[in-house]
Ligand binder design. Structure first.
Ligand code: ATP
Ligand code: MG
Length: 390
Protein backbone atom coordinates (compact mmCIF):
# COMPACT_ATOMS: atom_id res chain seq x y z
CA UNK A 1 0.00 0.00 0.00
CA UNK A 2 1.44 3.33 -1.08
CA UNK A 3 -1.12 5.49 0.70
CA UNK A 4 0.19 8.03 3.12
CA UNK A 5 -1.17 10.71 5.43
CA UNK A 6 0.76 13.97 5.66
CA UNK A 7 0.22 16.13 8.71
CA UNK A 8 1.18 19.79 8.81
CA UNK A 9 2.09 21.16 12.19
CA UNK A 10 0.82 24.57 13.27
CA UNK A 11 2.50 26.92 15.69
CA UNK A 12 4.75 24.11 16.78
CA UNK A 13 7.13 25.14 14.05
CA UNK A 14 7.55 28.60 15.58
CA UNK A 15 9.00 27.22 18.74
CA UNK A 16 12.69 27.34 17.86
CA UNK A 17 14.74 25.15 20.13
CA UNK A 18 11.63 23.67 21.72
CA UNK A 19 10.48 22.44 18.39
CA UNK A 20 11.58 18.85 18.77
CA UNK A 21 9.86 18.64 22.16
CA UNK A 22 6.59 19.79 20.54
CA UNK A 23 7.07 17.53 17.57
CA UNK A 24 7.86 14.49 19.71
CA UNK A 25 4.80 15.12 21.82
CA UNK A 26 2.60 15.47 18.74
CA UNK A 27 3.92 12.23 17.30
CA UNK A 28 3.39 10.39 20.59
CA UNK A 29 -0.22 11.63 20.77
CA UNK A 30 -0.86 10.74 17.12
CA UNK A 31 0.58 7.25 17.69
CA UNK A 32 -1.69 6.67 20.67
CA UNK A 33 -4.81 7.90 18.87
CA UNK A 34 -4.03 5.76 15.81
CA UNK A 35 -3.68 2.52 17.76
CA UNK A 36 -7.30 1.37 17.25
CA UNK A 37 -6.99 1.81 13.47
CA UNK A 38 -4.07 -0.53 12.68
CA UNK A 39 -0.28 -0.45 12.52
CA UNK A 40 1.22 2.82 11.30
CA UNK A 41 4.75 4.15 10.97
CA UNK A 42 5.09 7.77 12.08
CA UNK A 43 8.05 9.97 11.24
CA UNK A 44 8.82 13.67 10.87
CA UNK A 45 10.86 15.38 8.20
CA UNK A 46 11.06 19.08 7.45
CA UNK A 47 8.14 19.97 9.73
CA UNK A 48 5.80 17.45 8.08
CA UNK A 49 4.70 14.35 9.93
CA UNK A 50 4.27 11.27 7.75
CA UNK A 51 1.85 8.57 8.75
CA UNK A 52 2.34 5.41 6.73
CA UNK A 53 0.13 2.33 7.08
CA UNK A 54 2.23 -0.78 7.57
CA UNK A 55 -0.25 -3.18 5.97
CA UNK A 56 -3.58 -3.39 4.15
CA UNK A 57 -5.53 -3.93 7.39
CA UNK A 58 -5.26 -0.26 8.36
CA UNK A 59 -8.49 1.74 8.56
CA UNK A 60 -7.40 4.93 6.78
CA UNK A 61 -10.74 6.75 7.14
CA UNK A 62 -10.85 6.00 10.87
CA UNK A 63 -7.25 7.14 11.21
CA UNK A 64 -8.01 10.45 9.52
CA UNK A 65 -11.05 11.06 11.73
CA UNK A 66 -8.94 10.42 14.84
CA UNK A 67 -6.16 12.71 13.60
CA UNK A 68 -8.67 15.52 13.06
CA UNK A 69 -9.03 15.62 16.85
CA UNK A 70 -5.32 16.00 17.56
CA UNK A 71 -4.36 19.53 18.58
CA UNK A 72 -1.20 20.85 16.94
CA UNK A 73 -2.12 19.64 13.45
CA UNK A 74 -3.32 22.34 11.05
CA UNK A 75 -3.95 20.23 7.98
CA UNK A 76 -4.28 16.60 7.02
CA UNK A 77 -3.72 15.34 3.51
CA UNK A 78 -4.33 11.84 2.36
CA UNK A 79 -2.03 11.12 -0.53
CA UNK A 80 0.15 8.66 -2.29
CA UNK A 81 3.93 8.40 -2.61
CA UNK A 82 5.69 7.91 -5.91
CA UNK A 83 9.10 8.09 -7.58
CA UNK A 84 10.74 11.53 -7.81
CA UNK A 85 10.30 11.78 -11.56
CA UNK A 86 7.93 14.22 -13.32
CA UNK A 87 6.34 11.55 -15.53
CA UNK A 88 5.80 9.23 -12.58
CA UNK A 89 4.31 12.15 -10.63
CA UNK A 90 1.93 12.93 -13.50
CA UNK A 91 0.82 9.30 -13.88
CA UNK A 92 0.24 9.05 -10.15
CA UNK A 93 -1.78 12.27 -10.03
CA UNK A 94 -3.86 11.21 -13.05
CA UNK A 95 -4.75 7.82 -11.53
CA UNK A 96 -4.97 8.71 -7.85
CA UNK A 97 -7.24 11.72 -8.35
CA UNK A 98 -9.42 10.17 -11.08
CA UNK A 99 -12.63 10.40 -8.99
CA UNK A 100 -11.93 13.98 -7.98
CA UNK A 101 -11.28 15.00 -11.61
CA UNK A 102 -14.60 13.38 -12.58
CA UNK A 103 -16.41 15.73 -10.16
CA UNK A 104 -14.43 18.93 -10.87
CA UNK A 105 -15.01 21.57 -13.53
CA UNK A 106 -11.67 23.28 -12.97
CA UNK A 107 -8.31 22.48 -11.40
CA UNK A 108 -4.88 23.83 -10.66
CA UNK A 109 -1.57 22.27 -9.68
CA UNK A 110 0.39 23.47 -6.69
CA UNK A 111 3.90 22.17 -6.26
CA UNK A 112 6.39 22.34 -3.48
CA UNK A 113 10.02 21.40 -3.94
CA UNK A 114 11.40 20.73 -0.49
CA UNK A 115 14.23 18.71 -2.06
CA UNK A 116 16.18 21.46 -3.79
CA UNK A 117 18.20 18.89 -5.72
CA UNK A 118 15.16 17.99 -7.82
CA UNK A 119 15.89 19.24 -11.32
CA UNK A 120 12.63 21.19 -11.95
CA UNK A 121 11.55 24.23 -9.96
CA UNK A 122 8.11 24.09 -8.38
CA UNK A 123 6.72 26.36 -11.12
CA UNK A 124 8.20 24.16 -13.85
CA UNK A 125 6.83 21.02 -12.21
CA UNK A 126 3.32 22.55 -11.90
CA UNK A 127 3.38 23.59 -15.55
CA UNK A 128 4.62 20.23 -16.76
CA UNK A 129 2.21 18.08 -14.78
CA UNK A 130 -0.64 20.61 -15.23
CA UNK A 131 -0.19 20.44 -19.01
CA UNK A 132 -0.33 16.66 -19.07
CA UNK A 133 -3.34 16.57 -16.73
CA UNK A 134 -5.17 19.01 -19.05
CA UNK A 135 -4.62 16.61 -21.92
CA UNK A 136 -5.70 13.63 -19.79
CA UNK A 137 -8.85 15.44 -18.60
CA UNK A 138 -9.71 17.87 -21.41
CA UNK A 139 -13.17 18.60 -19.97
CA UNK A 140 -11.65 20.04 -16.76
CA UNK A 141 -10.35 23.58 -17.21
CA UNK A 142 -7.29 25.11 -15.62
CA UNK A 143 -8.24 27.85 -13.15
CA UNK A 144 -5.43 29.12 -10.95
CA UNK A 145 -7.65 31.50 -8.92
CA UNK A 146 -10.68 29.54 -7.76
CA UNK A 147 -10.44 25.92 -8.89
CA UNK A 148 -12.78 23.12 -7.78
CA UNK A 149 -9.78 20.85 -7.36
CA UNK A 150 -6.25 21.64 -6.19
CA UNK A 151 -3.69 19.00 -7.06
CA UNK A 152 -0.83 19.15 -4.60
CA UNK A 153 2.59 17.83 -5.55
CA UNK A 154 5.40 17.72 -3.04
CA UNK A 155 8.91 16.65 -3.86
CA UNK A 156 10.56 15.74 -0.61
CA UNK A 157 13.70 13.99 0.50
CA UNK A 158 12.57 10.39 0.28
CA UNK A 159 9.86 10.49 -2.36
CA UNK A 160 7.35 12.65 -4.20
CA UNK A 161 3.79 12.86 -2.92
CA UNK A 162 0.50 13.59 -4.64
CA UNK A 163 -2.60 14.63 -2.77
CA UNK A 164 -5.87 16.50 -3.25
CA UNK A 165 -7.15 19.35 -1.11
CA UNK A 166 -6.05 18.98 2.52
CA UNK A 167 -8.60 18.65 5.32
CA UNK A 168 -8.46 21.18 8.11
CA UNK A 169 -6.87 19.91 11.30
CA UNK A 170 -7.84 20.93 14.84
CA UNK A 171 -5.09 23.57 15.07
CA UNK A 172 -3.70 24.70 18.42
CA UNK A 173 -0.84 23.01 20.22
CA UNK A 174 -0.24 19.42 21.32
CA UNK A 175 -1.88 18.68 24.66
CA UNK A 176 0.73 18.71 27.41
CA UNK A 177 3.13 21.17 25.80
CA UNK A 178 1.78 24.12 27.82
CA UNK A 179 1.43 22.53 31.24
CA UNK A 180 -1.53 21.21 33.14
CA UNK A 181 -4.70 22.82 34.56
CA UNK A 182 -7.74 21.98 36.58
CA UNK A 183 -10.93 22.66 34.58
CA UNK A 184 -14.26 23.19 36.33
CA UNK A 185 -16.67 21.02 34.40
CA UNK A 186 -20.40 21.34 35.06
CA UNK A 187 -23.00 19.60 32.97
CA UNK A 188 -23.82 22.82 31.09
CA UNK A 189 -23.07 24.04 27.59
CA UNK A 190 -20.25 26.40 28.51
CA UNK A 191 -17.69 24.49 30.53
CA UNK A 192 -17.10 21.65 28.01
CA UNK A 193 -16.33 24.38 25.46
CA UNK A 194 -13.96 26.25 27.80
CA UNK A 195 -12.24 22.95 28.62
CA UNK A 196 -11.83 22.21 24.92
CA UNK A 197 -10.46 25.69 24.21
CA UNK A 198 -7.87 25.42 26.96
CA UNK A 199 -6.82 21.97 25.76
CA UNK A 200 -6.46 23.38 22.28
CA UNK A 201 -3.78 25.73 23.57
CA UNK A 202 -1.78 22.71 24.66
CA UNK A 203 -2.73 22.25 28.29
CA UNK A 204 -3.43 18.90 29.84
CA UNK A 205 -6.79 18.88 31.63
CA UNK A 206 -7.88 17.57 35.00
CA UNK A 207 -11.69 17.95 35.03
CA UNK A 208 -13.28 18.73 38.39
CA UNK A 209 -17.00 18.40 39.06
CA UNK A 210 -18.87 19.53 42.17
CA UNK A 211 -21.64 17.12 42.97
CA UNK A 212 -24.54 17.76 45.36
CA UNK A 213 -26.23 14.42 45.82
CA UNK A 214 -29.19 13.95 46.36
CA UNK A 215 -30.08 17.50 45.23
CA UNK A 216 -28.45 16.62 41.93
CA UNK A 217 -29.01 13.09 40.67
CA UNK A 218 -26.71 10.24 39.75
CA UNK A 219 -27.72 10.93 36.15
CA UNK A 220 -26.27 14.44 36.42
CA UNK A 221 -22.94 12.92 37.41
CA UNK A 222 -23.08 10.41 34.57
CA UNK A 223 -23.78 13.26 32.17
CA UNK A 224 -20.57 15.02 33.24
CA UNK A 225 -18.60 11.79 32.79
CA UNK A 226 -20.11 11.44 29.31
CA UNK A 227 -19.02 15.00 28.51
CA UNK A 228 -15.51 14.23 29.74
CA UNK A 229 -15.56 11.08 27.64
CA UNK A 230 -16.42 13.11 24.51
CA UNK A 231 -13.71 15.64 25.39
CA UNK A 232 -11.13 12.89 25.87
CA UNK A 233 -11.34 12.31 22.09
CA UNK A 234 -9.58 15.70 21.89
CA UNK A 235 -7.80 16.00 25.22
CA UNK A 236 -6.63 12.43 25.77
CA UNK A 237 -7.14 10.27 28.83
CA UNK A 238 -8.84 12.05 31.74
CA UNK A 239 -10.05 11.21 35.23
CA UNK A 240 -12.98 13.33 36.43
CA UNK A 241 -12.51 14.35 40.05
CA UNK A 242 -15.97 14.41 41.60
CA UNK A 243 -16.08 16.58 44.72
CA UNK A 244 -18.89 16.01 47.28
CA UNK A 245 -20.48 19.45 47.59
CA UNK A 246 -23.73 18.80 49.45
CA UNK A 247 -22.58 19.64 52.96
CA UNK A 248 -20.99 22.91 51.82
CA UNK A 249 -24.19 23.96 50.04
CA UNK A 250 -26.35 23.07 53.05
CA UNK A 251 -24.08 24.99 55.40
CA UNK A 252 -24.22 28.06 53.15
CA UNK A 253 -28.01 27.79 52.91
CA UNK A 254 -28.39 27.50 56.68
CA UNK A 255 -25.82 30.03 57.85
CA UNK A 256 -25.26 32.73 55.22
CA UNK A 257 -27.45 35.54 53.84
CA UNK A 258 -29.34 34.25 50.83
CA UNK A 259 -28.21 36.99 48.44
CA UNK A 260 -24.57 36.02 49.03
CA UNK A 261 -25.05 32.26 48.74
CA UNK A 262 -24.06 31.88 45.08
CA UNK A 263 -20.89 33.90 45.39
CA UNK A 264 -19.86 32.06 48.57
CA UNK A 265 -20.51 28.73 46.89
CA UNK A 266 -18.34 29.77 43.96
CA UNK A 267 -15.56 30.81 46.33
CA UNK A 268 -15.60 27.29 47.75
CA UNK A 269 -15.29 25.91 44.21
CA UNK A 270 -12.23 28.07 43.68
CA UNK A 271 -10.59 27.07 46.97
CA UNK A 272 -11.12 23.38 46.28
CA UNK A 273 -10.00 23.74 42.65
CA UNK A 274 -6.85 25.42 43.95
CA UNK A 275 -6.16 22.54 46.33
CA UNK A 276 -6.69 19.92 43.61
CA UNK A 277 -4.48 21.92 41.26
CA UNK A 278 -1.62 22.06 43.75
CA UNK A 279 -1.94 18.34 44.52
CA UNK A 280 -1.73 17.49 40.83
CA UNK A 281 1.04 19.88 39.78
CA UNK A 282 -1.41 22.09 37.85
CA UNK A 283 -0.55 25.75 37.38
CA UNK A 284 -3.93 27.20 36.42
CA UNK A 285 -7.71 26.92 36.79
CA UNK A 286 -10.11 27.01 33.82
CA UNK A 287 -13.78 27.99 34.10
CA UNK A 288 -16.60 28.45 31.60
CA UNK A 289 -17.51 31.93 32.81
CA UNK A 290 -18.61 34.57 30.32
CA UNK A 291 -18.80 38.23 31.23
CA UNK A 292 -22.27 39.26 32.37
CA UNK A 293 -23.93 35.94 31.55
CA UNK A 294 -25.33 35.50 35.08
CA UNK A 295 -25.05 37.34 38.43
CA UNK A 296 -21.90 35.45 39.45
CA UNK A 297 -20.15 36.43 36.23
CA UNK A 298 -19.92 40.19 36.65
CA UNK A 299 -16.44 41.69 36.96
CA UNK A 300 -17.00 42.28 40.68
CA UNK A 301 -18.20 38.72 41.29
CA UNK A 302 -15.29 37.20 39.37
CA UNK A 303 -12.92 39.42 41.32
CA UNK A 304 -14.29 38.07 44.59
CA UNK A 305 -14.13 34.41 43.46
CA UNK A 306 -10.72 34.80 41.78
CA UNK A 307 -9.35 36.13 45.08
CA UNK A 308 -9.60 32.60 46.55
CA UNK A 309 -6.69 31.34 44.48
CA UNK A 310 -3.24 32.62 43.63
CA UNK A 311 -3.22 30.58 40.43
CA UNK A 312 -4.16 32.22 37.13
CA UNK A 313 -7.85 31.70 36.38
CA UNK A 314 -8.32 31.15 32.65
CA UNK A 315 -11.75 31.97 31.28
CA UNK A 316 -11.65 31.14 27.57
CA UNK A 317 -15.30 32.19 27.02
CA UNK A 318 -15.06 35.49 28.84
CA UNK A 319 -15.78 37.66 25.78
CA UNK A 320 -17.81 35.21 23.74
CA UNK A 321 -21.54 35.48 23.00
CA UNK A 322 -23.73 32.52 23.90
CA UNK A 323 -24.60 31.88 20.24
CA UNK A 324 -20.91 31.46 19.40
CA UNK A 325 -20.39 29.18 22.39
CA UNK A 326 -23.33 27.03 21.27
CA UNK A 327 -21.90 26.86 17.76
CA UNK A 328 -18.59 25.57 19.09
CA UNK A 329 -20.34 23.12 21.42
CA UNK A 330 -22.08 21.63 18.39
CA UNK A 331 -18.83 21.44 16.43
CA UNK A 332 -16.93 19.62 19.15
CA UNK A 333 -19.82 17.25 19.82
CA UNK A 334 -20.79 18.16 23.40
CA UNK A 335 -23.99 20.13 22.77
CA UNK A 336 -26.49 17.25 22.60
CA UNK A 337 -25.26 15.86 25.92
CA UNK A 338 -25.10 19.30 27.56
CA UNK A 339 -28.77 19.99 26.92
CA UNK A 340 -29.99 16.82 28.65
CA UNK A 341 -32.21 18.16 31.43
CA UNK A 342 -30.42 17.33 34.70
CA UNK A 343 -29.90 19.77 37.56
CA UNK A 344 -26.50 21.29 38.28
CA UNK A 345 -25.45 22.21 41.81
CA UNK A 346 -25.53 25.88 40.75
CA UNK A 347 -29.27 25.64 40.17
CA UNK A 348 -29.94 24.15 43.60
CA UNK A 349 -30.67 26.73 46.32
CA UNK A 350 -30.50 29.58 43.81
CA UNK A 351 -31.17 32.90 45.59
CA UNK A 352 -34.04 35.05 44.35
CA UNK A 353 -31.89 38.18 44.26
CA UNK A 354 -28.22 37.27 43.97
CA UNK A 355 -25.70 40.07 44.51
CA UNK A 356 -24.26 41.21 41.21
CA UNK A 357 -21.77 43.61 42.80
CA UNK A 358 -20.54 41.82 45.91
CA UNK A 359 -18.06 43.72 48.09
CA UNK A 360 -15.13 41.59 49.28
CA UNK A 361 -15.50 42.74 52.92
CA UNK A 362 -19.22 41.85 53.00
CA UNK A 363 -18.58 38.42 51.50
CA UNK A 364 -15.86 37.70 54.03
CA UNK A 365 -18.16 38.80 56.86
CA UNK A 366 -20.91 36.48 55.58
CA UNK A 367 -18.44 33.61 55.34
CA UNK A 368 -17.33 34.07 58.94
CA UNK A 369 -20.33 31.97 60.00
CA UNK A 370 -18.75 28.92 58.34
CA UNK A 371 -15.86 26.61 59.16
CA UNK A 372 -14.32 27.24 55.76
CA UNK A 373 -11.13 25.20 56.23
CA UNK A 374 -12.97 22.28 57.79
CA UNK A 375 -15.52 22.15 54.96
CA UNK A 376 -12.78 22.29 52.32
CA UNK A 377 -10.87 19.47 54.08
CA UNK A 378 -14.00 17.35 54.29
CA UNK A 379 -14.75 17.82 50.57
CA UNK A 380 -11.14 17.05 49.62
CA UNK A 381 -11.25 13.82 51.62
CA UNK A 382 -14.37 12.64 49.77
CA UNK A 383 -13.17 13.12 46.18
CA UNK A 384 -14.05 10.28 43.81
CA UNK A 385 -12.03 9.76 40.62
CA UNK A 386 -13.86 8.43 37.57
CA UNK A 387 -12.11 7.37 34.37
CA UNK A 388 -13.36 9.01 31.20
CA UNK A 389 -11.25 7.76 28.35
CA UNK A 390 -12.17 7.45 24.75
P1 ATP B 1 -22.10 25.94 32.24
O1 ATP B 1 -22.89 25.89 31.00
O2 ATP B 1 -20.70 25.60 32.03
O3 ATP B 1 -22.72 25.15 33.36
P2 ATP B 1 -23.19 28.38 33.34
O4 ATP B 1 -23.49 29.47 32.45
O5 ATP B 1 -24.31 27.51 33.80
O6 ATP B 1 -22.04 27.47 32.71
P3 ATP B 1 -22.44 28.81 36.07
O7 ATP B 1 -23.36 27.74 36.50
O8 ATP B 1 -22.49 30.10 36.76
O9 ATP B 1 -22.49 29.09 34.53
O10 ATP B 1 -20.98 28.30 36.21
C1 ATP B 1 -19.91 29.01 35.72
C2 ATP B 1 -18.73 28.06 35.62
O11 ATP B 1 -18.46 27.49 36.90
C3 ATP B 1 -19.00 26.87 34.74
O12 ATP B 1 -18.78 27.14 33.39
C4 ATP B 1 -18.01 25.88 35.29
O13 ATP B 1 -16.69 26.14 34.84
C5 ATP B 1 -18.09 26.15 36.77
N1 ATP B 1 -19.11 25.28 37.40
C6 ATP B 1 -20.41 25.55 37.65
N2 ATP B 1 -21.03 24.51 38.23
C7 ATP B 1 -20.09 23.55 38.36
C8 ATP B 1 -20.07 22.22 38.89
N3 ATP B 1 -21.16 21.64 39.39
N4 ATP B 1 -18.91 21.54 38.85
C9 ATP B 1 -17.79 22.08 38.33
N5 ATP B 1 -17.76 23.32 37.83
C10 ATP B 1 -18.88 24.05 37.83
MG1 MG C 1 -23.67 25.57 35.03
Amino acid sequence: MNDIILLKQGEVILKGLNRSRFEDRLMAIAARRLRPYGKFGISARQSIIYVEPKDDQCDMDGAIQALRQVFGIVSISRGVACEKDEDAIFATARDYLRDEFAKARSFKVESKRADKRFHLTSVQLSQYVGGLLSEAYPEVEVDVHDPDLSVHLEVREKAAYVHGAPLMGAGGMPVGTNGRVVSLLSGGIDSPVSTWMAAKRGVEIIPVHFFSFPYTSQLAKEKVVTLAHILSGWCGRMDVQVVPFTHIQEEIRDKCPEDYSTIIMRRFMMRIAHRIAVNNACTGIVTGESLGQVASQTLEAMGVTGACTTLPVIRPLICMDKTDIVKLAREIGTFDTSILPYEDCCTVFTPRHPRTRPRPADVEAAEAALDVDGLVEEAMAGIERIKATK
